[in-house]
Design a protein around this ligand. Structure first.
Ligand code: ADP
Length: 184
């Protein structure tokens, strides 16, 4: 069974790698960023509430995301594993996920942190040119990452689950390091 929590800063290449891992192991790629972007695109009520936060590089409030994850993890395609990308993004989301998994009698099998230095991230994000990728939101996203998401790394280090993978290598090498971890 593969239940993978995939952590890493914005621009680390999580989305790309998570998609590859999802295909290699036939597990759904659950990306809160993708779900939120689709909601914004479709102008659903979730999308309307989330849009300003996303455009300015802030996290959307937990209450917009927690129920959504709870439901998504119980969908049929997610019963035999998943790779979670972009969640948990802060310690309260990590605690929520812990409680949810306990309720569902599940555990995460791997928590992987994809490591890339900040200066490389800024360069990559500026090249990517997504709608929310301008210099000021990029800086804000990195600030929020250090403030809210880095503590999640310590949270999982304490629980002994965390594995680090170097994301500052060629894409194929990153994939193969990830496979090495996930095959353990
Ligand atoms: P990146 O990897 O560049 O940070 P994501 O696609 O993961 O981009 O997320 C894009 C935006 O969606 C974030 O900047 C944030 O506003 C919002 N978002 C995604 N996941 C979460 C989450 N778990 N909690 C709060 N906000 C989130």
């Amino acid at each position: 069974m593969k239940r993978i929590i995939f952590l890493g800063p914005p621009g680390a290449g999580k989305g790309t790698q998570a998609k590859i891992i999802s295909e290699l192991y036939s597990i759904p790629h659950i990306s809160t960023g993708d779900i939120l972007r689709a909601a914004v695109q479709d102008q659903t009520s979730l999308g309307q509430k989330a849009q300003n936060f996303m455009d300015s590089g802030e996290l959307v409030p937990d209450e917009l995301i927690l129920d959504l994850i709870k439901e998504r993890l119980q969908e049929t395609d997610a019963l035999d594993g998943w790779i979670l990308d972009g969640f948990p993004r802060n310690v309260s989301q990590a605690e929520f996920l812990d409680k949810l998994l306990t309720e569902l009698s599940l555990t995460a099998d791997y928590v992987i942190n994809l490591e890339v230095p900040d200066e490389v991230l800024v360069e990559r994000l500026l090249e990517r040119k997504r709608k929310d990728d301008n210099e000021s939101t990029i800086r804000r996203r990195l600030e929020i990452y250090h403030q809210d998401t880095v503590p999640v790394i310590s949270y999982y280090t304490d629980s002994g689950l965390l594995k680090a993978v170097n994301g500052n290598l060629e894409m194929k090498e990153v994939t193969s390091s990830l496979q090495t971890v996930v095959n353990q």
